[in-house]
Write a protein of this length. Sequence first.
Lengths: 296, 302
Amino acid sequence: MDSAQSQAVRQRPVLDVPVDSRALAHHTAAEHSKLASDLVFDVRDVTVRYGVHPAIRNVSLQIYRHEITALIGPSGCGKSTFIRCFNRMNDLIPSATVEGTITYHGQDLYAKGVDPVEVRRRIGMVFQKPNPFPKSVRENILFGPKVNGMEVDADEVVERSLRRAALWDEVRNKLNDSAYSLSGGQQQRLCIARAIAIDPDVILMDEPASALDPISTGRIEDLMRELQERYTIVIVTHNMQQAARVSDRTAFFTTEVEDEASDFRSGKLVEYDFTEKIFKNPSDRRTEDYVTGRFG
Amino acid sequence: MAVSTPRRTVHDTLAGLERGRRRKLKERAFATVLFTLTAVAILVLALLVVDIVLDGFTRINVDFLTRYASRTAENTGIRAGLTGTLSLMVLTALVAFPVGVGAAIYLEEFAPDNRFTRLMEANISNLAGVPSVVYGLLGVAVFVYALNLGRSLLAGALTLALLILPVIIVAGRESIRAVPLAIRDGGLALGATPWQVSYRQILPSALPGMLTGTILALSRAIGETAPILVVGAVFSRRADNEPWYFMEAFAALPVQIYNFVSRPQEGFKIDAASAGILVLMAVLLIMNSAAIVARNRFSRRY
Ligand SMILES: Nc1ncnc2c1ncn2[C@@H]1O[C@H](COP(=O)(O)OP(=O)(O)OP(=O)(O)O)[C@@H](O)[C@H]1O
Ligand SMILES: [Mg+2]
């Protein structure tokens, strides 16, 4: 009963968000907050340091189910650092420390006793450069289910994941070929398929299309919109049009000089709102300068 | 002003060409020196090999390979040394490879970055430079006496394993480091544990490099005379050495060659010794080719 209900919530397409509420540009982000049950991540006052210097400081934002949330901002403002907090990839960098709280469906991600391996199983990640394993296409897909001890029908998982990643038709006859024989765009979709194979709840993408040509980029963007119906997506991008095209909400980060003497900079969240508002009617001058290309 | 600018550029270009010519001359001189040095080294090596081949080639035949040591130079053979060396190789590899690979994985993937780890790393690098006879003495003290293995094949193999362990660990770490970080991140991001990533991704990718390192280290080890001489390899044995009889006394090619050379008779000192050296060199060549094949066969592109 309970699970059927949550299934229903999960399956609800994102477009159920009343269209007019998006158009109401004068609303602030807080006023737009959706149902509490739709809250996937609640980030409160997060500061990440490499050593003593904060790379991002006091970031708070909410990420909602079945939405695509875009993180934009100039190079070095901490977008990658921030997105890596969601699946605890920063744990792997010895000098990195995360302060503040991030809850995931109400549960503290960084609480004692939370296993980062379990976190990463639910929250998948696609990296900037395609990084398939030096194995066959098929083995790439099956690695996740295998290490997670999922009892699955291998052929079925391979086909389903590749179909969802819009790659099946191109590789159906090459399942046993090396993943390196695919093109860059195909490799990136393979990495997405690989992430989907363990049926995560959230998919994080750090500049997933930055190494790809416009056609492959377009395919990845189409794919994101399809994936949105099943998954919650957070994406880092340098491409303004991409953020405007695919995302529901956009967070704009920038760097601020932290300490005049040493010229040390740290990243900060300037504005977080519906994408439409960020691009058409931003509240902050810095956001406007950035999205209109006057940043400098 | 505006007119003089292009003229100056042309002038600069010509000066650049002049400098380029001088640099080329220097490069050529340097290359000639390097070539001469290399040629001298190869020539000396070639002379040695030719000398040995001339002395030993006629002495090599099936009898020489299949006979045990004899008192007469015409009847002697290196069967005991050959089987001993092959068995030593097998046992040494069986011990050194897993331990070395395990240590390399631990140091690269799991060891905390503390003073103890750094001390261990420094030690391993230094151990690679310790003279082999020292390993022999260690082998006598630890394996022959303390562990009471006696002057056995096993004691010899363990000693050689110790000798090549640092090399295997260093080569293993290098090949682990050559696996791109993106592979590791990719595995971890799919919910694999660090152990699963090491075992299923890093290890298979690093294996060819580890194998090559191990084979090359092994081929150095089987040419070593000092350590196994100290541990107690016998000069002339009239029995085979099989790896599974590891508590028996053992012979080995380098020790047998050493014995041939130290005899007064020409038949031993020159003919048999040269023939023995040829056999040893053949074994080494085969192993080095195996290393190359292993590297080409299993290596992966990224
Ligand atoms: N592993 C690390 N160790 C130390 N400092 C780091 C590390 N990774 C990132 N930083 C620093 O943190 C800051 C933010 O880096 P981050 O990679 O998160 O920026 P970004 O917004 O993703 O930039 P880009 O758009 O260029 O990818 C930078 O100043 C960077 O130098
Ligand atoms: Mg980045």
